[in-house]
Design a protein around this ligand. Structure first.
Ligand SMILES: Cc1cc2nc3c(=O)[nH]c(=O)nc-3n(C[C@H](O)[C@H](O)[C@H](O)COP(=O)(O)OP(=O)(O)OC[C@H]3O[C@@H](n4cnc5c(N)ncnc54)[C@H](O)[C@@H]3O)c2cc1C
Length: 396
């Protein structure tokens, strides 16, 4: 067992750190306040090849794996970008790149991957629905075959980046829920080009991550050519797991990065701030211990997350990847939330002012317990699938 990064991975980590230095907290404070996309950052990501990190060279990418993507995301986040260090890459490279790479047809790969790798083509994923929520197989968006076309109708919510993306991964039912015996059967994945007048997109006002818009999406009579379906028809659930697992792992890398950034700033401030008898506030164990506990938990989450990424890159079964990925995410949520909470405490009242950034990281870290999967659903997965305990809820 080797815990050392190889030379290529070290280079990726160094590149990410130096990029994060250029696009640090001040840049994202402004972007978040203005609700503006970080275009300069996106261009820089594509220049260093991060937008195509997992895409093979024959489609214009760097030919690395999700392990390297996790390293880049964590370093970008920890180096100063916070959630932005992973967010745009999740939307395009994970939702678009990895899905198409793993399960797309050769035509789909040739059509989409070079654009994703170069950063010219942004992507998004339309999975969540207002009435289905965490119960994904209950989605109602329906795709009906009509000659050479698929006709798609449905409502989606919380679709990040849908206002800018040129491509959308749509999860729909090709067989209604009532007609399938197994609840995960009859789901299919489609690739749509945006903008399209049959897809209406409306940004939702939200708590944080305002440098990217998350939107409600109405799909009304969308016509897609037969070739837009990622095969096999009706077997989309298995393919989707190869998108959802790396999505979870990416959130874990991002959460660890945000928390380490907040800890680092708290340590710095803890040395400089003196309130009683000339002692730096960082010397008080009441502040040190929770940060130390959180840091130890974050390091454990990181190792487990890299294990999940390694299993994914080796093509291991999605259940095995999911077990490591969900455990890593659960650990990250507990420890990253604790870390940012205590970082804010170290800053006292200044932690509440925008100028010190920790309030933004608090808004960002609040997302990881809710999305892409809630902490309760993650723990239910571990209870049922890893520990073999009875399922705690009824699915139909
Ligand atoms: C900012 C943001 C960006 C997002 N981006 C995207 C995106 O790009 N694409 C996309 O498709 N989706 C996206 N989502 C959606 C996200 O994945 C969902 O919000 C998430 O999966 C939770 O679903 P829900 O909000 O419907 O919660 P619900 O499923 O309604 O859950 C509500 C609460 O009930 C609890 N709960 C539900 N069932 C159980 C159970 N069986 N046992 C215990 N507790 C339970 C949950 O843990 C949660 O606390 C985004 C969400 C947000 C907030």
């Amino acid at each position: 067992m080797d815990f050392e990064l190889n030379e290529r991975q070290k280079m990726i980590a160094t590149t990410a750190r130096s990029m994060a230095g250029e696009f640090g907290p001040e840049y994202w404070r402004k972007k978040d306040e203005m609700g503006e996309f970080g275009s300069e950052f996106w261009e820089a990501l594509s220049e260093v090849g991060f937008t195509g990190l997992v895409i093979p060279p024959e489609y214009g990418g760097a030919g690395s794996g999700t392990t390297e993507l996790m390293i880049a995301m964590e370093e970008l986040a920890a180096g100063g970008c916070g959630m932005a260090g992973a967010w745009y890459l999740i939307l395009s490279e994970v939702f678009g790149g990895l899905t198409i790479l793993r399960h797309g047809t050769e035509d789909q790969k040739r059509k989409y991957l070079p654009g994703i790798a170069s950063g010219q083509l942004e992507f998004c994923m339309a999975l969540t629905e207002p009435d289905a929520g965490s119960n994904t197989p209950n989605i109602r968006t329906i795709a009906r075959r009509n000659g050479d076309y698929w006709i798609i109708d449905g409502d989606k919510t919380f679709i990040s980046g849908a206002d800018r993306a040129g491509g959308m991964l749509i999860v729909a039912r090709t067989e209604p829920r009532e007609k399938v015996l197994c609840r995960t059967s009859g789901l299919s994945l489609f690739l749509a080009d945006l903008p399209d007048q049959s897809i209406q997109v409306n940004p939702i006002s939200k708590h944080g991550i305002n440098y990217s818009h998350t939107c409600s999406v109405n799909i009304d009579n969308l016509q897609l050519l037969a070739g837009a379906l990622i095969p096999p028809e009706g077997g989309g659930w298995k393919c989707l797991l190869d998108t959802l697992n790396p999505e979870r792992m990416s959130f874990t890398a991002a959460g660890i990065g945000i928390a380490k950034l907040a800890i680092h700033k708290a340590v710095e401030y803890g040395w400089s701030r003196k309130v009683f008898a000339g002692n730096p506030i960082g010397s008080y164990q009441g502040l040190q211990f929770p940060l130390a506990e959180a840091y130890a938990g974050l390091e454990a989450a990181k190792l487990l997350n890299l294990k999940a990424a390694d299993l994914f890159d080796r093509g291991r079964d999605s259940a095995e990847v999911g077990a490591a990925g969900n455990m890593a995410k659960a650990l990250m949520v507990e420890n990253a939330t604790k870390a940012v909470f205590w970082s804010m405490q170290v800053f006292g009242g200044y932690g509440y002012s925008r100028e010190y950034d920790v309030e933004r990281w608090w808004r960002e870290i609040n997302l990881v317990r809710l999305a892409p999967v809630t902490q309760q659903m993650t723990l239910s997965f571990i209870g049922e699938k890893v520990l073999g305990m009875p399922k705690s809820y009824v699915t139909s």
